[in-house]
Design a protein around this ligand. Structure first.
Ligand code: AHM
Ligand code: MG
Length: 328
């Protein structure tokens, strides 16, 4: 098989060289984060932040270390104007913004509750552009994303990216650290019998979500007339990667317990990037009432309900929400 590296893939995609530099910096950040995750136990970096160890040193969680890696490496990208990170309250401006400079939105380490139990975690990212010289607005809808993707720190490290066409998966070769194209055209299978939701929140769910899950649980004895399987890893990156590989639907809906906050997952650096990946892989991404990428954000840490995956299942959930709205 001819080797296609990330650089070759991005170059052949005809991107602006400055966007290629930025995407390569993001990939380098992910490679470093993968190493930090792998060695976290040796460095005392598992567990919570601001803990003083027996030597009197302050320990940093991997969330903060991962954020620092992204900041340190991506700040080298000449046309990157600002960073919007889950770990940083304010937008970090790196330069005076000029039209078509890049804006990077990222969750440096998603699913970090899985670190102590040594399960898969990941990073999520998206890139948009400054609209005009001096414009410090970062609240653009997901339809403005130029590219988006994630890194998965699992048994192997993967970098999955879309630059607006296909969804391509690269595996990090152990030893060389090269990201090599291994999954050239990832597609969400249309037919699925798997769903992913934290069912411990059942008592908080709205009627449409209960209806959908109840029907899946009823399986071959219910209206769906076939059996479903349930998976929940508490690591969105791992769930999305599974859905891109063998189909399924992922839900983190608004419920009576999280509605005041808007939901659980963050729009700009969790939901939007995954929505772009899933849509370009043939799936769909919705809040239940509108496409995630159509939302006009009103805050860079805004939360949203998330339903994404195989198109037919997302459309079914949208229909259940629409039916409920009519009854109301
Ligand atoms: P995080 O950004 O604090 O890691 O939270 C996001 C994660 C997602 O990866 C995952 O889907 C969800 O939170 C799990 O939530 P729960 O703890 O309710 O299972
Ligand atoms: Mg997160």
């Amino acid at each position: 098989m001819t080797e296609v590296t990330l650089r070759r893939y991005l170059t052949e995609s005809g991107l602006d060289p400055n966007l290629i530099f930025l995407l390569e910096d993001i990939a380098s950040s992910c490679r470093n984060v993968a190493n930090q995750v792998r060695n976290g136990a040796f460095e005392g970096n598992l567990g919570s932040a601001n803990v003083t160890n027996v030597q009197g040193e302050t320990q940093k969680t991997l969330d903060i270390i991962a954020n620092d890696e992204f900041e340190r490496i991506c700040a080298n990208s000449p046309r990157l104007a600002a960073l919007v990170s889950e770990e940083v309250e304010d937008v970090t401006w790196l330069k005076e913004p000029e039209a078509e400079d890049y804006l990077l939105y990222f969750d440096p380490l998603d699913g970090s509750s899985n670190l102590d139990v040594n399960l898969s975690v990941g990073s999520i990212f998206a890139v948009m552009q400054v609209q005009a010289d001096g414009d410090r607005n970062v609240l653009h809808s997901g339809r403005n994303q130029l590219c988006a993707g994630y890194a998965l720190y699992g048994p192997s490290t993967m970098f999955v990216v879309t630059v607006g066409t296909k969804v391509a998966g690269f595996t990090c070769q152990h030893g060389t650290g090269d990201f090599r194209l291994t999954h050239p055209d990832m597609k969400v299978p249309e037919e699925t019998s798997e769903y992913a939701i934290n069912t411990s929140r059942y008592r908080y769910w709205d009627a449409p979500v209960r209806r959908y899950v109840d029907e899946c649980v009823a399986g071959s004895q219910g209206v769906r007339e076939r059996s479903f399987n349930m998976r929940w890893t508490a690591s969105m990156v791992a769930e999305i990667h599974r859905i891109l590989t063998r189909g399924g639907v992922f839900l983190y809906p608004a419920d009576s317990n999280n509605r005041a906050a808007g939901g659980k997952l963050r729009l700009m650096y969790e939901a939007n990037p995954m929505a772009m990946v899933i849509e370009l892989a043939g799936g769909a991404a919705s809040t239940g009432t509108e496409a995630i990428m159509d939302i006009q954000p009103d805050g860079h840490h805004q939360r949203v309900p998330v339903i994404l995956g195989s198109r037919a299942e997302v459309e079914r959930l949208d229909a259940y929400h629409a039916a409920e709205a009519k009854i109301d």
